[in-house]
Design a protein around this ligand. Structure first.
Ligand SMILES: Cc1ncc(COP(=O)(O)O)c(C=O)c1O
Length: 432
């Protein structure tokens, strides 16, 4: 997306970024509602409206606040949660229970109880141990739950190792060897307390090729057939996860949803038609691709240090506590100086955060105009896994979040205070 620059200043959702920084302080997460809604619209156009029996569940781990969940609800989507905390946020937002699905490799008994009590739509089960837990909760509550199994299809996606999830050696999913998967399926089919719908995979994140999805779909379609011949049972749902890549630096070959979803759907459709079996409902779980490019983080420039012959460091008032991704996976970003948005680059510098870690770098070797202390730096595409992975490292408060649209700005998360960071801290009497 090309930045909106007016009179030398960056605008976000029709709002002057420098003004937003002044009104709300920095660091500040700014989300464009129009961008988010646009992503849902293209998902609708290229997938949901194009193919019957399809659903999209926004993976709210990417960015989860009650206001965002309201937006997702308004757009008619489902959500994927991975913890009691995300489920609680959904409940706070009044998100319809039936449109919630619950993923995760180690759901706690208390989280399963919360899910069953709220009556969520589906639990995506990671193994026999979890199935037994769900059955136990359902038995005690006298309620049933719809379930799918998450499987590891054994395909390797081309992305950072930390965000590959579909290979066999993974903490996620059930391996597809007969001794692992069929006892699970058998148990779910036979269970008094669960309705077995089908299978789920998520092969990784920030992916640009449809190939691993097609390979994984092949594997799962064979599983569907084999389940039918072994147990005479027809699965009705196939969840192909999320993972669709976005642009961080402008150098990625970003693909529209249709690039991934059209061939996947054609494959599934053709497979089922050839065998005269009903096509299962197909579900996707995009997270990053919905909110990633919609988010921009604003910072104020502080100390500037020029190490002659080595490098210039420009420090800002946030860093790895509001965006861990560069430190975690060497993720690259681009940015610009919001109050000098039309000035040419005259220097190469490294933008670093204020945390006490040498790896706390936000922009490595960025080409920037002349920068002064007090300038406002905007870092783009920070909408996914930025706020949601934010921490209080160095006791830095979690920044505020603002939603912008058509020149309006709305606070959706207040800035944390020092007092709130210490809210749960206790000093035992003997130390007083
Ligand atoms: C099960 C599952 N679904 C969906 C997602 C969303 O992936 P992305 O944000 O890359 O679209 C993830 C991400 O970790 C996931 O684990």
């Amino acid at each position: 997306m090309r930045p909106d620059i007016r009179n030398g200043r960056l605008y976000l959702g029709g709002c002057d970024a420098v003004q937003l920084a002044g009104d709300y302080g920095t660091p500040l997460y700014v989300y464009s509602e129009e961008e988010i809604v646009g992503r849902f619209a293209s998902l609708r156009e290229t997938f949901l409206n194009r193919w019957e029996n399809t659903r999209a569940a926004y993976a709210c781990k990417a960015f989860c606040t009650p206001a965002m969940l309201k937006l997702v609800q308004r757009e008619g989507m489902c959500i994927d949660v991975v913890s009691g905390g995300e489920l609680h946020a959904a409940m706070q937002a009044g998100f319809p229970a039936g449109r919630i699905e619950f993923n995760g490799n180690n759901k706690l008994p208390s989280e399963i109880e919360l899910a069953v009590d709220y009556g969520i739509g589906r639990i995506i089960v990671d193994g026999l141990q979890e199935l037994a837990l769900i059955e136990d909760v359902c038995r005690r509550r006298g309620r049933r739950m719809q379930v799918l199994f998450r499987v590891s299809p054994g395909v390797k996606a081309d992305t950072h190792d930390y965000i590959v999830t579909g290979k066999k050696d993974s903490k996620f999913g059930i391996p597809l060897d007969a001794g692992s998967i069929y006892p699970c399926i058998r148990a779910a089919i036979d269970s008094e307390w669960v309705d077995f719908l089908g299978v789920h995979f998520h092969i990784g994140s920030q992916l640009f090729s449809v190939q691993p999805y097609l390979e994984a779909a092949d594997v799962l379609l064979e599983l569907l057939l084999e389940t039918q011949s072994r147990f005479g049972y027809t699965m009705t749902e196939l969840n192909i996860g999320g993972g669709f890549g976005i642009s961080y630096t402008g150098e990625e070959e970003v693909r529209p949803y249709g690039y991934f979803l059209t061939p996947i759907m054609e494959k599934i459709q053709a497979f089922c038609a050839a065998r005269e079996i009903p096509r299962p409902t197909v579900v996707v779980e995009p997270g990053r691709s919905i909110v990633g490019e919609a988010g921009t983080t604003l910072y104020t420039v502080g100390a500037i240090k020029d190490i002659p012959g080595v490098r210039k460091y420009i420090s800002v008032d946030g860093g790895m506590s509001d965006n861990i991704r560069p430190a975690l996976y060497h993720a690259a970003y681009t940015g610009l100086i919001a109050n000098r948005a039309d000035q040419p680059a005259v220097q190469r510098a490294t933008v670093c955060g204020k945390c006490c870690e040498s790896g706390d770098i936000l922009l490595q070797d960025a080409d920037l105009p002349a920068v002064e202390t007090g300038d406002i730096l905007a870092v783009f595409s920070t909408g996914a896994y930025g706020y949601s992975m934010a921490s209080n490292y160095n006791s830095n408060p979690i920044p505020a979040v603002v939603l912008v649209r058509n020149g309006e700005h709305h606070l959706i998360v207040r800035r944390q205070t020092y007092g709130q960071i210490l809210e749960n801290a206790v000093i035992p009497d003997y130390l007083m």
